[in-house]
Design a protein around this ligand. Structure first.
Ligand code: ARG
Length: 266
């Protein structure tokens, strides 16, 4: 009798453990075939992203998670794996990501998202996993050499990105686009003078398009740190993510992944 009770207790403990894992599984996944209710999509973490930001997230024929590939996608995949779970991607507009998180449409947001005090009021961020800065992409023959040279020039930014905030703070007029590629096309077609965007993404656009170069200005544009966002108070998922990120930072996994995707672009 005693033994039986013990076994029952062990079974219950295992069930509870499985339930706890399942509990942080996703809700409202868009890319799943089965229309299971939120609680039943056990063992998955639904990550929201905006796959318009190479080398962090972009679409391809065979990506690391379905059609999605990039540094963030590889990190998301690894985080899920480390927790015995599967990563699923819900691709949407950048501006919608934090709302989707608050609504429970996604469990986490991984989108090369800079940790800012404003965003921290809405969501919780993991330990930073990548450091970046805003830079200026200009035509090779441009005379723009520092941020203040942008005054009076045709400036393009991406809507809702920290690059937009940075240009606003400098006090210059600009036009915003929904996608980085749209802004870069304006530059390639001679319709604007400069695009302000994150450094690694700028690097990718410059290597993919002839005749462009990057101009940095560390005084005007400070360092930015990317973090994964979770719903405010979701300590359980935040801890899982932080544990995975910290080990990937410590053993060099993240820098290997970053190097791999940077090279792929050259
Ligand atoms: N780091 C910038 C920000 O947080 C740009 C991020 C854009 N990411 C994307 N997946 N489109 O605003």
């Amino acid at each position: 009798m005693k033994k039986f009770t013990k076994i029952m207790a062990l079974g219950l403990a295992l069930t509870l453990a499985a339930g706890a894992l399942a509990g942080c599984g996703g809700s409202g996944s868009s890319s799943k075939e089965t229309e299971a209710p939120a609680q039943e999509s056990a063992g998955t973490i639904v990550f929201g992203t905006n796959a318009e930001f190479p080398p962090f997230e972009f679409t391809t024929t065979e990506g690391v998670i379905g059609q999605y590939d990039g540094i963030d996608m590889a990190i998301a995949n690894k985080i899920a794996q480390d927790n015995g779970m599967t990563a699923e991607i819900n691709n949407m507009e950048f501006d919608s990501l934090l709302v989707a998180l608050e609504n429970g449409q996604v469990d986490a947001v991984i989108a090369g998202m800079t940790i800012t005090p404003e965003r921290q009021e809405e969501v919780d961020f993991t330990t930073p996993y990548y450091t970046a800065t805003q830079v200026m992409i200009v035509p090779e023959d441009s005379t723009i050499a520092k941020a203040s040279d942008m005054e009076g020039k045709e400036i393009r930014v991406i809507q809702g990105y920290t690059g937009e905030t940075a240009v606003q703070e400098l006090g210059y007029a600009y036009q915003s686009f929904k996608k980085g590629t749209e802004a870069v096309m304006e530059l390639v077609n001679g319709k604007c003078d400069v695009v302000v965007i994150d450094s690694a993404t700028a690097q990718k656009y410059v290597s993919d398009n002839e005749g462009l170069k990057i101009v940095e200005d560390a005084e005007a544009f400070g360092a930015e740190e990317y973090g994964i966002a979770v719903k405010k108070g979701n300590e359980e998922l935040l801890t899982k993510m932080n544990t995975a990120i910290e080990s990937m930072l410590a053993d060099g996994t993240i820098s290997d992944i970053a190097a791999q995707y940077a090279e792929a672009g050259e």
